[in-house]
Structures are given as C-alpha cells and as structure tokens.
Design a protein around this ligand. Structure first.
Ligand code: ZN
Length: 227
C-alpha cells in the first residue's frame, strides 16, 4: 500500500463512520485513526467500559445495551462530549458508532462548534444476509478481550481463546434475535441521518462487501483528497 503524505501541522481531521452493525466500520475506523495519528472514539467500547465499571452512566445504559436497543441520545451525547474535550482530540478524531440519529448529529455539531462541511462521512453499505452472518459468528474472550469469528477468524481450538485459553462467549447483542432488531433500528433511525449529511458534509459511499485492504485504500484516498 502506498504511504500517505504526512498531514499539514494543525489540520484537524474529523471522520464519521455510518453503516449498519457488522459492516466492518470498527476495524476500518481503528486502522484509519492509527494511520492518521488521531484517537478512534468508539461509542460501543465506551459504553461497555462504563457498564463494566458500573459508573452512574454505565448503570443507566446497561438495560438498553442488554436488550439490543439504542441508548437514549442525551446519554450518548454526554458521553461523547466528555471524550472529545480531552486534549488528544485536538488534532481531530475518528468517530465509530456515533452519531446514529439526527439529535446526536445536532449534538455533535454543537459540541464541536458547528460546520461539518469539511468532515468526511463514510457510509458503509453491506447486503443484509452478509451482515447477519458476520454478526452472529462473532465470539470474544471475556478474560483478555480478544475477538474471533467462527467463519472469518476461527480460534485454533474450538471455543477457546488462542491467546489465553479461556472459553469464548457470544456477546448478548450479537445473538441472532438481537441482531435482527439492531438492523431494523438502524434502518429506521439512521437513514434520515444519511440524508442529513448528504447536503452538509463530504459524504463518501463505501462498498463494505469487499476485502478489508481494498476498503481501507478507498478510505485513505477519500481522506487525503478531501482533508
Ligand atoms: Zn483470551
């Protein structure tokens, strides 16, 4: 892969990843953030951490996450507002899993001081049956947090973590019934958001049903051209 030009000093990069669960956004967002040298802000991880630590916010959001429902906008907005106020976000950030609704998008504009026109918004598209397979095959290690996939990235020994040998589990929100619910909610609540950004930001459609390296090259090109 060709190395990207170094970014101009002081140029903040703000990237949003839209797309249904299972579209591969998280992996790509982490890779892009590392490449650009800015933090990846994943609301899924932030929520799981808050729940595990039993913070006041964590206790408020736990029932929603457990049921596979979206967390209420004001809670998520508060969570993200705190995070992007931290100094490491000064050069920009890559958002993964936020915003997911119009009120969240408006909250984001408010907390960053407005104009999203220079932002890059990636809109991942993946066929529904592919998403179902990807999500319901996910497994994770409760001991060391390593992740696996029954088809795409299976552990060497059935049901056991390669790294530490602990028994692998399926996240509650990756169970098939919950996945169907998550995808339906995505459709209902996120499509208006796509319309919203179409006229306000640099919207880049992404075919997420391709090899990861191919997808990543496309993302890099889009960011380098538009930033
Ligand atoms: Zn492990």
């Amino acid at each position: 892969m060709a190395a990207a030009e170094p970014r101009a000093p002081g140029a903040a990069v703000r990237v949003i990843f839209l797309g249904p669960p299972g579209a591969g956004k998280g992996t790509q967002a982490a890779r892009l953030a590392a490449h650009l040298g800015v933090p990846k802000i994943g609301t899924g991880e932030m929520l799981r951490a808050a729940i595990a630590r039993k913070t006041p916010l964590g206790q408020q959001v736990h029932p929603f996450v457990e049921a596979g429902s979206l967390v209420p906008d004001p809670l998520l907005v508060a969570l993200v507002r705190e995070r992007i106020a931290e100094p490491d976000c000064g050069r920009g950030f890559v958002l993964d899993g936020f915003p997911r609704t119009l009120p969240q998008a408006r909250g984001l504009e408010e907390m960053t001081g407005g104009d999203p026109h220079a932002w890059v918004v990636f809109d991942f598209e993946v066929p529904r049956p592919v998403l179902m397979l990807r999500l319901s095959g996910r497994r994770w290690c409760p001991s060391c947090q390593a992740t696996f996939h029954l088809v795409n990235d299976p552990p060497k020994r059935d049901g056991l973590c390669d790294a530490c040998g602990a028994g692998l589990l399926q996240r509650e929100d990756d169970r098939e019934s919950v996945v169907a619910h998550r995808l339906q909610e995505y459709d209902e609540r996120t499509f208006p958001l796509i319309e919203y950004y179409r006229t306000r930001a640099q919207m880049v459609p992404v075919d997420g049903n391709r090899p990861m390296d191919v997808v990543f090259r496309g993302l890099l090109e889009a960011v380098e051209v538009r930033a």
